[in-house]
Design a protein around this ligand. Structure first.
Ligand code: ASP
Length: 434
């Protein structure tokens, strides 16, 4: 059985839904669909999920979401009209959702209704059974998947031809709970694992996962095959075709993922598997993400006294900030945090506390950094790509803030000033892929 997830742009209007129906009809194994809320139809358009977040805000501030919600109504009724489907059921559901948002049902409830309503609409269009994600997916308070999920899915999805809304499940207290943005990828991955799918198809509006962001990097092209771990390491530094957390359930179950383009369904897209057939290809992609702050701490014997490291990491975590990357030397440690998660005040407090409690030799922070990642399982065998990349930055006169390679043996991380980010990715790309 193939589990298919269709993203927001694939289900944005009636024409897109016709393509979805055609794609599904071409392979009888495509039996379970996970769908996003209608996304953008053009650059200026607004995603239904964003309208729903705005509806929830309007209900909180003005006591009514009527005006913003009118746009949500228009989107769904417009699609039904274009597909020449009866709208009476949808009108009832829309009324109920509007009432509940006004009554303070909360942000997660409001945001989840784009997927909920769209799945209902698509189940009418396909004549397939709608199954609410609340019946299937239980999300723990910390955002991880609750173990009950697997049995719930197995029992409820014992047949075929189901339409399931992505992006949410229920909390331990039986309330609607959403994943982070783009989370329908995670829903699809959970369902694929739960039903033991032979393949998880992730349908989007691009030709696959690219070896660099094609919007900015001249010459970027889709990667035919990559491993689960390569996808994760590339998505941590900004490659956005697939949600980084969505890899985990299918990876655990060894189910291949195929990223496909709804607008060109014959193209092969990107296959994501445990191993690559061409494991000798050193690198498969490069990506860069801006918006990082680096905190560096130096103290002689820092790592020889393990208690210091443990306390340091717990202080950082107790302040609600989790490092994305950590580089460690015997007497120094540096952490990279998303800048939006760490205010100047927090950094200053942290600094004072660490100096007072641990007699730190020096502690510094630097904002406006970008982290570039060059990823590939073959880097270990052919490390020449590391040298090529560093030389390319030197030739382009781009200052390197820090370099790290080793822990996973498949990613070279380089931090540079944010202003140099794009140029740095382009020069590393040119050195390795042209
Ligand atoms: N609709 C949600 C979002 O816009 C989730 C998703 O599309 O995966 O983030």
């Amino acid at each position: 059985m193939i589990v298919c997830k269709f993203g927001g742009s694939s289900v944005a209007d009636a024409d897109q839904l016709k393509k979805v129906k055609y794609i599904v009809s071409k392979n009888i194994d495509r039996q379970i669909l996970i769908v996003s809320a209608p996304g953008k139809r053009n650059k200026e358009d607004i995603k239904v999920t964003d309208l729903l977040y705005a509806s929830s805000e309007a209900a909180k501030s003005d006591g009514s979401c009527k005006n913003v919600f009118a746009q949500v109504r228009e989107r769904f009724l417009g699609i039904l009209n274009d597909l020449k489907l009866d709208s009476s059921e949808m009108i009832k559901s829309l009324d109920e959702v509007e009432l509940k948002i006004d009554a303070g049902a909360g942000t997660d409830y409001a945001a989840s209704r784009g997927e909920y309503l769209n799945a209902r609409l698509i189940s009418i269009y396909f004549g397939w059974e709608f199954v609410d994600a609340e019946e299937l997916i239980v999300i723990n308070d910390n955002g991880t998947i609750n173990e009950n999920t697997w049995n719930l899915c197995k029992e409820r999805l014992s047949g075929s031809n189901y339409i399931i809304p992505g992006f949410y499940g229920k909390s331990l207290s039986n309330k609607v709970k959403t994943f982070s943005r783009g989370g329908s990828d995670i829903s699809g991955s959970i369902i694929a694992k739960a039903v033991g799918a032979s393949l998880y198809e992730n349908w989007t509006d691009v030709a696959g996962c690219y070896n660099a962001d094609p919007r900015y990097i001249d010459g970027a092209y889709p990667i035919p095959q990559m491993t689960y771990r390569e996808v994760r390491e590339l998505s941590i530094v900004g490659a956005s075709v697939f949600h980084p957390e969505a890899i985990i359930p299918v990876h655990e179950a060894g189910i291949p993922i195929n990223i496909k383009n709804t607008n060109a369904d014959e193209e092969k897209g990107t296959m994501i598997t445990l191993d690559r057939d061409d494991n000798n290809t050193e690198v498969i992609g490069v990506s860069g993400e801006t918006g990082f702050t680096k905190l560096s701490i130096n103290k002689l014997l820092l790592m020889v006294e393990p208690s210091i490291y443990n306390v340091l990491i717990s202080i950082v975590k107790n302040n609600g900030i989790t490092p994305i990357l950590t580089f460690i030397n015997p007497d120094s440690i540096c952490w990279f945090f998303p800048s939006r998660a760490i205010t100047d005040k927090l950094l200053e407090n942290l600094k004072v506390r660490l100096i007072n409690e641990f007699n730190i030799d020096s502690i510094e922070y630097k904002r406006e950094l970008s982290i570039i990642g060059l990823v590939g399982q073959g880097l270990k065998k052919k490390p020449v790509a590391l040298a090529k990349s560093i030389c390319a930055l030197n030739d382009s006169k781009i200052n390197i803030d820090s370099i790290n390679y080793g822990a996973s043996e498949m990613t070279l991380y380089i931090s540079v000033d944010e202003k140099d980010s794009r140029a740095a990715v382009q020069s590393i790309f040119n050195a390795n892929f042209k």
